[in-house]
Design a binder for this molecule. Structure first.
Ligand code: APR
Length: 265
């Protein structure tokens, strides 16, 4: 592993357009379960509950399910804190090595760790959006109205439309802007870090494929607790382990290599 990390440091030092693609695995050490590992969210909740069709059949039912997942701690994004892997990626951006971070996660932890160039491929679960007028509202304020019994189905304060978490449900399109930026960044990318994702959900999983089939192909570095579904097809380097440990060691070695010393906080 040490030799692999040293190799990745050299690749990142030379990179002109490094991009990162992250998944739920980067946030498990922050206390947010991933989806498909043993004990992951989909082993406890039917993924169909997060489909747009089922949401529209009974929005109030979804909001109550979401509240119970939050209150039970099963899926409590608001209480999570960024971990060393999130901070390491923010530092990689400040070193002007990482140009863009595309995340499938909806937990806002990359932004809270200081990453700026973040593409929210699946939206953001800390906001609610009105399905009629598109007004945004912090999701905790919506949940407070739900908990106080003020309303059974959260409604937009502006127009009375139905409110939905501003995350992409199954059956919904990826936000056009996120898709466009991801495609542009994939074409420019010469190095792609793939961290904490099983690469089982498209079109996000198309990103490492796209960077491999272009000319010249990018170098893909996968950091995962277990090999992703596409590692044989796309990963040039596979670092198996926990994201926070690997990323903390990687950034420490990188800072020494480029002559920057500061605590990783
Ligand atoms: N460090 C590194 N990898 C980890 C860690 C960790 N601490 N914890 C889990 N992993 C790995 C798992 O081994 C798995 O390969 O992260 C991956 C998580 O895969 P999934 O649970 O499938 O999550 P993800 O790939 O992000 O799912 C993509 O599916 O359900 C939808 O919209 C949802 O964005 C999500 C999408």
């Amino acid at each position: 592993m040490q030799e692999q990390i040293d190799n990745v440091v050299e690749i990142l030092v030379k990179a002109k357009n490094a991009v990162a693609l992250t998944g739920a695995g980067i946030s498990t050490e922050s206390g947010i379960p991933d989806f498909r590992s043993p004990g992951g969210l989909w082993s406890k909740v039917d993924p169909g509950e997060f489909s747009i069709d089922r949401f529209l059949q009974n929005p109030g039912r979804f909001w109550r399910l979401n509240l119970s997942l939050k209150q039970s701690g099963e899926f409590d994004l608001a209480s999570a804190e960024p971990n060393l892997a999130h901070f390491a990626l923010a530092k990689l951006e400040r070193l002007d090595i990482l140009k863009c971070l595309i995340t499938q996660n909806v937990d806002n932890l990359h932004q809270r760790a200081g990453s700026v160039e973040v593409v929210e491929f699946h939206g953001n679960f800390l906001r609610a959006v009105c399905m009629k007028c598109k007004t945004l509202e912090p999701i905790n304020e919506v949940e407070e109205r739900l908990m106080s019994g003020q309303e059974d189905t959260p409604r937009c304060l502006k127009c009375g439309g139905i409110l939905k978490p501003d995350a992409i449900f199954f059956g919904e399109a990826i936000p056009a802007r996120a898709l466009m930026i991801s495609q542009i960044q994939s074409q420019k990318c010469d190095t792609l870090l793939v961290i904490g994702t099983s690469l089982q959900v498209f079109p996000a999983a198309q990103i490492p494929i796209a960077v491999k089939v272009k000319t010249p192909p990018a170098t893909v570095i996968e950091i995962n607790r277990e090999p992703s579904a596409l590692h044989k097809q796309v990963s040039d380097i596979l670092l198996v382990g926990t994201a926070s440990e690997i990323m903390a060691e990687l950034i420490e070695k990188l800072e020494k290599r480029v002559g920057v010393t500061s605590a990783l906080n």
